[in-house]
Design a protein. Sequence first.
Length: 76
Amino acid sequence: MRLRVILEPSVEGGYTVVVPALPGCISEGDTREEALENIREAIALYLEPIEDDGIFSDASEQVEKLRYDKNSRHQF
């Protein structure tokens, strides 16, 4: 499973990451790498009940490359 993630700089510093396909699946980190690592964990936790039912396997292992727009005005 591939999921699109959106990574944006936070006003307070660091980065915020959201997964549009998974409502409420949001994470953050001090660096881009940390934010992406944290969103992988958030995806795994989000999908855990579904994975337990055998619907998905290793879904959190394949996070699609992010789209980053430095001119974005969206804040999360």
